[in-house]
Ligand binder design. Sequence first.
Ligand code: AMP
Length: 406
Amino acid sequence: MPFRQMGLSAPVIEGIQAMGYTEPTPIQLRAIPLILSGRDVIGSAQTGTGKTAAFALPILSKLDQPAPGPRVLVLEPTRELAAQVETAFRALSRFTQLSIGLVYGGVGYGQQNDSLRKGVDILIATPGRLLDHLQRGTARLNRVEYLVLDEADRMLDMGFLPDVRRIIERCPAQRHTSLFSATVPPDIAALIKWAMKNPEVVEIGARRSPAETVKHVIYPVVDEQKNDLLLALLQQVNFDSVIIFCRTRHRADRIGSLLKKNNHAVAILHSDRTQKEREQALKGFRDGLFEVLVATDIAARGLDIPDVSHVINYDVPQHPEDYVHRIGRTGRAQTEGDAFTLMAVADKSHVADIERYIGQKIERTKLEGFSYQQSVLFAADGSIRKDKPVLGALLRRGRTFRPRRR
Ligand code: AMP
């Protein structure tokens, strides 16, 4: 079904055309009619599937004309995501008269107070700063008709659920609520029960599988050789833009410096950097000023960085779901990408967890021409040692195996 037969408003259709979207993505096909019909929706689609437009388009269509508000509240876990969703709303609403406000922490209150005083139709916010505004009386939510809880599992991980609940309590009970979450742990299930009315679940694809266009491989390597292998990979692989994920801010800084020394144009993104530095890093990377972005997991979810040709996991993520999110940076919407993971000896059990989580084995490979130091990762002839079957290894270690839940 093309966009124009979905019941969206004429200015919104114009916005879609200006964005160059020709056909709705699967989540848009399913969520747009539901939100237009007034249903509460739980969406569990991966990032990169077009989920922002899946809620923005029907909500913008429903608002029609400006009126005292905010009538829409979108909660996001991080400032970057909030800024990104605001950009999407602005682009899609450019042929409407609707106004949009953005509220997040780490910056002054002046501009936010001004925009809230003037009044906005749509407010996009992170929970902490929005609560501040509510307590100071600079924001009110008594006219909210549409509430969107985006990346709810991320908000839970970051400890925002109590704030989210306090915010929801300030919204009218008569409202439409949508919630997007890659996973539904018990705390989110409880939130759904409390905050939503008879929601319809829209699940796109197998929740746990990485984006299908991504080719992913593992490079076994001893810890001491990770830096050399990273440099060699960057030299050999024909990449346009690459994100390198590492475990800690300190490691991100260290790898950033190493790459700079080796003449790569590098931006660094982690939570110790100021808001301005983070924005500059993201903008520079988007604009092609930097070819490499070194980031910690805070940057891993949801950020819309188009056309990433490669993702390199310098460190194996400790939580399997972060693997899926990290490599979801490539293969967004229609583009293809490669994801490489450097695996040291100590990472083997984390890799096994990831393989169990995504339900598939990730191919091991060696970089042609790289002089590997021998370790338990390799057999005597230098070939990559075959791992025991994942399930068998888990059972032998006495861990309980729970079948994947869909
Ligand atoms: P999201 O999952 O919301 O982060 O969207 C991922 C990317 O897909 C963004 O760059 C969107 O602009 C783009 N996108 C969203 N909907 C469509 C569509 N129907 N056709 C093509 N690209 C889209």
